[in-house]
Design a protein around this ligand. Sequence first.
Ligand SMILES: O=C(O)CCC(=O)C(=O)O
Length: 251
Amino acid sequence: MENGAPATIKEKILEIQDQGYCVLRAHLARPVIDACRDAFWPVLLAYLKMHTHEPNRGPHRHFLPMPFEPPCFVQDFFFDTEVLSIVRGVMDDRIVADQWGCDVPLRGSDYQGAHVDYQRPLFAEAPDLSLPAYMLVVSFGLVRVTRDHGPLEIAPGTHRMPRKAALRALEAGEIEMRPVLLETGDVLIRHPWALHRGTPNTTDTPRAVASVRYVRRWYADDSREVNSIPRAVWESLTSEQQSAMRFPVGD
Ligand SMILES: O=C(O)CCC(=O)C(=O)O
């Protein structure tokens, strides 16, 4: 069955709700990703030249904001019909994209501790309150992600558990981390509350995985650095697309 068929979309929504993530295989066009990677590589090298000795996500592991200049940015990455159907199906029709970044573990990177991707619970007085999803992260590799490249690992179902219980179950081996291996074109959609960790990249290829975060319109958080959208790129978007993008617009 094709990725875009309604039954598949429903299945993927259920998978995210149950497991905390799903993968759409061979979904994005490879030439578009190849062009993105080729344009991103010099940006990454310039970044690494400045920041090699100050990795911001653990040893030899960097997060950097993605450029909005094409071909690093193309509309397919943000407005893919099936991806949006799934993301809207899990949340609602009014979601906005508010992060566009890239995680890059290099040779020498290590296992991260199991963690979730939000810093503060929505209600500080009820940190384990079980809530519908209000953010989802959509990622794709700019390179193939095999076991050697340091794939993201996710502990399925832990987004539905109180944090301490999830960490205990992981430590006791009752739940296992699953590596998410990605071919070029595969798309990972995950609930950031599912426990996960980066793993060591033992190759010389930077494991660049780009991510768009979508949040419910009322949710605001600027914990990650983002780039501005150049005015010309902003004006190339329809007003509907513009209303689904929450990023600064530059000149
Ligand atoms: O990209 C990865 O492998 C993991 C990144 C991550 O979860 C983090 O840095 O918080």
